[in-house]
Ligand binder design. Structure first.
Ligand code: HEM
Length: 195
């Protein structure tokens, strides 16, 4: 009886060993499978679409750049640099304009481009948000969306106050509000994208 239990354990261990070896060999075979080799379909830039890095075997493979595809993926994450960059530059320059009024035309153009950029940010953001619906960050997306809309509206009001002479006296105050909203919007956008 004792011998039988010992034999059973030995056989079970041997079976496990054979099983593990077979699995290891199979995965090694799989690594050399043509489907995982360079030029195969897995060798594309689909990680650009999902944002998720390929794991395991694919992670060690050389990245193939598909410029047009990369350009279109995550459009919102690219576009938002326009309102952020132009609005911050516009506000910085409007500080300088308090002393040197000759830079005011530059402020007007910077703020206009920021406002147009915010419209594009709204459109691309709404599009991307639809892909993330139903996740645990839903409330952050909702908040970011509301702040984004508010930012875009205030950027347009800032533009009007910059371009309409009799409203010029309000432009610095409205610019300050726009930049503050932009900062919060950007912060929550970063939370959605990076946690
Ligand atoms: C002026 C308006 C907006 C600004 C400045 C803005 C800014 C940002 C920023 C800075 C990020 C992080 C990007 C990164 O780290 O790569 C982001 C992400 C995001 N924003 Fe916006 N946003 C705006 C409007 C909107 C709107 C209206 C929506 C609609 C819901 C939206 C939806 C999203 C989504 C879903 C992400 C995550 C994208 C991803 O990584 O997959 N945004 N936004």
């Amino acid at each position: 009886m004792r011998l039988n239990i010992f034999s059973c354990m030995t056989i079970a261990l041997a079976a496990m060993n054979i099983g593990a070896t077979t699995l290891a060999l199979r995965s090694e075979e799989a690594m050399q499978h043509p489907a995982l080799q360079a030029g195969s379909t897995i060798h594309d830039s689909s990680n650009v679409q999902t944002g998720a890095p390929h794991e395991g075997a694919a992670a060690t493979r050389e990245y193939v750049l598909k410029p047009w595809r990369s350009l279109r993926a995550h459009l919102h994450n690219k576009i938002i640099h326009i309102p952020i960059g132009f609005a911050l530059s516009g506000f910085f320059l409007s500080l300088i304009a308090l002393r040197w009024r000759e830079v005011e035309p530059a402020v007007r153009w910077l703020v206009l481009v920021a406002a147009i950029g915010s419209l594009c940010a709204y459109l691309t953001g709404s599009n991307q948000a639809a892909l993330l619906e139903g996740g645990s960050k839903d409330w952050v997306i909702q908040l970011h969306q509301k702040l984004g809309i508010a930012t875009a509206l205030v950027l347009w009001v800032w533009t009007v106050t910059c371009w309409v002479r009799r409203l010029n006296r309000w432009s610095f105050l409205i610019g300050g509000i726009a930049v503050t909203l932009l900062t919060f919007t950007g912060f929550f956008g970063g939370v959605i994208a990076h946690g």
